[in-house]
Structures are given as C-alpha cells and as structure tokens.
Design a protein around this ligand. Structure first.
Ligand code: A3P
Length: 289
C-alpha cells in the first residue's frame, strides 16, 4: 500500500477513479482508437474477482485454439500475448501493437461498460463477465491495497470498508459496476461466470468457457488447462508469470475469508445494500451470495 494522499494516487475519468500508477488520461484517449474484433475474448471483472486466474484459463484456451489452427494451416505464429494484458493499463502505443496481432486476442479489463470502447459491443466481441461475492472481493481488495504501492493503503479494515461502500475506490464502486453490467448480462455475446462456481468445479467451468468461445478440447487438453489453473500451481509459477506482484496476487484463493474481517454491523450494512441494489437483478441471481 501507499500512504500518500489518496488525491495524489487516484484520478478521475468519466466519473470513475483510477490509480495514477497504472492508468492515465493519455492512455484512455489512445484507447479510443482500439477496434474490437468479433473473435476477441474480453474478460471483464471488478478488481479482485479472480481476473488473473480466469485470464490464465483464457490464454491457455486460446493458445490451444491457435495451435490447432496453425497446425491446419501448416504455418507458424511467433506472436506473443501482451505481457500486461489489461486493456486500460500500459502505454499509449499498445493499441497500435494490438492492431497488428493476427491471433485471437485475450483482453482483460476492470472497466465498467460505460468506459469501454464502444466497438466491443458494436462488433460483438465475446465478453466473459467474472463476478465474485462482494464480501470476498472487499476482503481481497483490502489486503491487496495494503500490499501494493500502486494503490492507496488503509490504516484499518474499518476505513477500507467505508471506502468500499462508496465510489471512492480505484475502478469505482463494486455495486455501480454490477448495476452497469446488468444491462448487458443477457446479451448473446456475454457469458457470466462466478468465482465461486469455478472454485467448486474448475473442469466444468473451463468446459463452459471453452464452448462459449467455440473452442473444442481433447480430454488431455482440458486436463492440462484445469491443472495449470489450480491455485497451487498458479501460486508456484507466480514469480515467473507476474514477477514481484505474484506474491501479492495469489493470497488465499478461497471462499468466505470475509468472515475473518467483517463485524456484524458491516455484514448487515452490506446485506442491505446488496438486497437493495443487486439481489433482484440478473447478475444478483447468479452471484453466490
Ligand atoms: P484472495 O485475495 O481472496 O486470495 P484478481 O486476479 O482479480 O486480482 O483476483 C485476485 C484473487 O483471485 C485473489 O483472492 C487470489 O488469491 C484469487 N486467485 C488467483 N488465482 C486463483 C486460483 N487459481 N484459484 C482460486 N483463486 C485464485
């Protein structure tokens, strides 16, 4: 975490806060030139919903798909996927580099739909929407904020909880994020998956994602994607895949860790907001709450 003044660590773009260490107005402006393709795979998730986990599953699936395609075409493709695959994180040139990729692109994002390039919807890119119980998201976000210098730190969990219930978070409010995505949840090019269902049955989750993307897998290929995406194996590889950030990203990887932080009052407060804003929506029906 970073103890500098929050106002210096975050800036606002179209009404939502972002960390200055990761995002900038220039990059948001450059992003306007991004043109989505119908075979793009967009992974959308509020921070700490398991984006890096599902991101790895998606790159493995697409790599399997591309390998088959290249075998059939008897050609080779030396393209590398972006090292830092978040749409809104990087330099102003990244969208030009992305234009040159000929393989299927896997793009991660924490952006709410209103801040995403319009072509993602217009060109019907495949969108995998990843959602996680807000209590576990808050818990994970709290620990991550205090661990990583790119994010403002919080002296106490109680301070963090107050901020989490407002718009004062990097990438905005969880509840606004879900409300916004609700408008797209029934679209044919959008599939929703929960962290919890993937945790419960990874093989089934991977199969469902693959079929949404039109990627067929042999039993062997499925087994490999499933094995490589276990918490244990991703944590062990994290230095190689994520550098120093790895030790902060792969923390516990479970369900219900919120019970170690929330007091009764906070629990009731969140239940109330969830009930009022999310419970009776499409995503609310899917969320494991
Ligand atoms: P915890 O902090 O609760 O452990 P993101 O990638 O969106 O930042 O999300 C990070 C969360 O996903 C962390 O949650 C992390 O442990 C969890 N995670 C990462 N890889 C995982 C895996 N293979 N299986 C289960 N959870 C995983």
């Amino acid at each position: 975490g970073n103890t500098m003044d929050r106002d210096e660590l975050l800036f606002s773009y179209k009404g939502i806060l972002y960390p200055v260490a990761l995002c900038s107005l220039e990059v948001f402006r450059a992003m306007e030139s991004f043109e989505a393709r119908s075979d793009d795979v967009i992974l959308a998730g509020y921070p700490k919903s398991g984006t890096n986990w599902v991101g790895q599953i998606l790159s493995d699936l697409v790599a399997t798909f591309e390998k088959k395609r290249l075998d059939e075409e008897k050609s080779v493709n030396h393209e590398e996927l972006e090292e830092f695959p978040y749409l809104e994180i990087g330099d102003t040139e990244k969208y030009e580099r992305m234009k040159k990729l000929t393989s299927r692109r896997v793009i991660l994002t924490h952006l709410a739909p209103g801040n995403l390039p319009k072509s993602i919807f217009k060109n019907k890119a495949k969108i995998l929407l990843l959602i996680r119980n807000p209590k576990d998201v808050a818990t994970s976000f709290f620990h991550f904020s205090n661990a990583w210098s790119a994010l403002p730190s919080y002296e106490t969990w109680d301070d963090f909880f107050v901020a989490f219930m407002t718009e004062k978070m990097p990438w905005g409010s969880y509840f606004n994020y879900l409300s916004e995505w609700n408008k797209y949840a029934a679209d044919e090019n959008v599939m929703t998956i929960t962290y919890e269902e993937l945790k419960e049955n990874r093989a089934l989750g991977v199969k469902n994602i693959a079929s949404f993307l039109g990627i067929s897998l042999t039993g062997e290929e499925l087994r490999s994607v499933v094995e490589r995406s276990s918490f244990q194996s991703m944590k062990e590889n994290s230095l190689k895949t994520h550098g120093a950030l790895g030790s902060m990203l792969f923390r516990k990887g479970g369900v219900s860790d919120w019970k170690n932080l929330f007091n009764e009052e906070q629990n009731e407060k969140m239940d109330k907001v969830f009930e009022e804003r999310i419970a009776r929506t499409k995503l609310g029906a899917k969320l494991k709450y």
